[in-house]
Write a protein that binds this ligand. Structure first.
Ligand code: ATP
Ligand code: MG
Length: 566
């Protein structure tokens, strides 16, 4: 074990200290405890990287535990997707897959133990009454009239709760702690509720279900977790976590809280993400606009980029908000290293080279990845009719626009210099075809007489082009904080109506006829694109992962935009 491998932060320092003092016999054993009520999102990635990363660094173990104590919202579909996602991120729980529901029997026995020792009681207050008795942050609560039932009565009632004699919500089992505690979590919290609901694993065996706080620490204890790492909102629950394990006299893990990930333009709440799915605002949990890891994967983000991002943001004791741009930066950085370069035209404009020999096809040699010499080269067919990007031609070029325009000479990447001689327009006056001449002496991209061109554009040979569908994505929300809304509105009011644009007539170089689903490419000069599972042989569908930084768009924006801005 080398204590200098991982990024330094306070949780790592706690573990280092515990190893020094031998607090847990030199063990590091963490867990990742998702509730299977939705798909994992980028916030969960932070927790996964932290839990699995720390254990790995210190030669420890990490359990995957489904916190499935809430039968009404949980589904097997979520369980499956969560397992797939954790593996995709590059982590392995080996044979340590657990469910809180595995412990329902043990938890029930422990509840009986607390009743016998006078630390728990059956309460008949309704949810509404309980809220009233609870008090507020400034006022103490009031004791329940059922608080002083005898042990015998409590045992009898609790067993009958389990046997199904009572209706949902009619009774609860509560811990007997302190109704005057300044910490509201300690004011006789509910341990069990009655719910006649079918559970995804235990079926109808139970009609009482433990609350999160009672189940969580006890599950940690059963699994002999050393460091139970959770987000800051559980800081005020830690006294209760500690109280339960102390009262039961069982093995005591250490709960440690860290800041949850918040990202600009992004919602990280399974409940709200579920709303988007259910209301059809997105095309399912794995829609590439979603911050779910399934969506992010489909979009083309790599697990390496996500892990690098999670390492870079670190952990702290105060909640903040991270720029979405930082995540995108790590994705671009990783894809730049690994994505093969190809030529694709997503908004095609036809170019006819009038002096190119009729019927001639040449094979141009193209570099697969300038960042990786071992990726080699490939041949791309060149002919007298090509497609270029519509935005690479302007009939009336503005200042600083150096791409193709009438009379202007540019370089075709891996090809020749061409000069625009005329245009063909449709009835609406739009340019639909550009005519050019080429200089045969410039093959490979340089002029023997040393003359220069100011721009290099990409192209695809029309006769050889593969037709493709391209899906362009923008932020799902228009506001940095999607939860910020006018009165009477909810977060859906901040949805970006232009978050998806579909281009159906894209033209790709022929090497892309049937690319493997999930494969990532850099379309030269356009950005990173990933093959979508909706692809069919000969008709690929690509998701734009991210655009490259477009310098022209920036110049244009600046000029049109806020000239008065200092
Ligand atoms: P959500 O609010 O999205 O439903 P949750 O906390 O209820 O999230 P769980 O399934 O209970 O979701 O979370 C599993 C683990 O992931 C927990 O330890 C939780 O603290 C952690 N986690 C959830 N969201 C984030 C986040 N945004 N940043 C960091 N960790 C998170
Ligand atoms: Mg939760």
């Amino acid at each position: 074990m080398n204590p200098t491998t991982g990024p330094s932060h306070f949780i790592r320092d706690i573990i280092l200290e515990d190893l020094k003092t031998n607090k847990f016999g030199g063990r590091v054993h963490t867990r990742f405890p998702p509730e299977p009520n939705g798909y994992l999102h980028i916030g969960h990635a932070k927790s996964i990287c932290l839990n699995f990363g720390l254990a790995k660094e210190f030669g420890g173990k990490t359990n995957l535990r489904f916190d499935d104590t809430n039968p009404e919202k949980e589904e097997t579909e979520y369980v499956d997707s969560i397992m797939e996602t954790v593996r995709w991120l590059g982590f392995d729980w080996e044979d340590r897959l657990f469910y809180a529901s595995d412990y329902f029997g043990q938890l029930y026995d422990w509840a009986l133990q607390l009743i016998r020792s006078g630390k728990a009681y059956v309460c008949d207050l309704t949810a509404e009454e309980m809220r009233k008795y609870r008090g507020t942050l400034t006022e103490p609560g009031k004791e329940s009239p059922y608080r002083n039932r005898s042990v015998e009565e409590n045992l009898d009632l609790f067993q009958r709760m389990k046997a199904g004699e009572f209706a949902d919500g009619s009774r609860t089992l509560r811990a007997k702690i302190d109704m005057a505690s300044p910490n509201l979590n300690m004011r006789d919290p509910v341990m069990y509720r009655i719910l006649h609901a079918e559970h995804h694993r235990t079926g109808n065996e139970w009609c009482i279900y433990p609350m999160y706080d009672f189940a969580h620490g006890e599950s940690d204890s059963i699994e002999r977790i050393t460091h139970s790492i959770c987000t800051l909102e559980f800081e005020d629950h830690r006294p209760l976590y500690d109280w339960y394990v102390e009262q039961l006299g069982i093995y005591h893990p250490q709960q440690i809280e860290f800041d949850r990930l918040n990202l600009t333009y992004t919602l990280l709440s399974k409940r709200k993400l579920l709303t988007l799915v259910q209301e059809g605002r997105v095309n399912g949990w794995d829609d590439p606009r979603m911050p779910t890891l399934a969506g992010i994967k489909r979009r083309g983000y790599t697990p390496e980029a996500i892990r690098n991002f999670c390492g870079a943001i670190g952990v702290s004791k105060t909640n903040g908000i991270i720029e979405l741009g930082l995540l995108e930066h790590h994705v671009r950085e990783d894809l730049n290293k690994r994505a093969a370069r190809v030529m694709a035209v997503i908004r095609p404009l036809k170019v006819v080279i009038d002096n190119y020999p009729e019927g001639l096809v040449e094979e141009m040699e193209a570099v697969n990845n300038p960042e990786d010499a071992s990726a080699g080269t490939r041949k791309v067919p060149f002919s007298g009719v090509l497609y270029i990007e519509q935005e690479d031609f302007r009939e009336d070029p503005p200042k600083q626009y150096y791409r193709l325009s009438p009379g202007r000479e540019v370089r075709l990447r891996y090809g020749y210099f061409i000069t625009c001689t005329s245009v063909v327009k449709n009835d609406q006056g739009e340019v639909v075809e550009v005519h050019c001449t080429y200089d045969p002496a410039t093959k490979g991209g340089n002029a023997p007489d040393g003359r220069k061109v100011k721009s290099t554009i990409h192209w695809v040979s029309a006769a050889h082009a593969i037709d493709a569908e391209i899906r362009l994505y923008d932020n799902l929300f228009t506001r940095e904080n999607p939860n910020e809304t006018a009165e009477g509105q909810d977060f859906t009011a901040n949805l970006n109506p232009n978050s998806l644009e579909i281009l159906r007539g894209a033209k790709l170089e022929p090497s892309l006829a049937t690319p493997p689903v999930g494969e990532r490419y850099q379309f030269e000069r356009l950005g990173y694109f990933c093959v979508d599972p909706d692809s069919t042989p000969g008709h690929p569908v690509f998701n734009r992962t991210l655009a490259l930084r477009d310098t022209w768009a920036k110049i244009e924006k600046k000029e049109k935009g806020n000239p008065a801005r200092p």
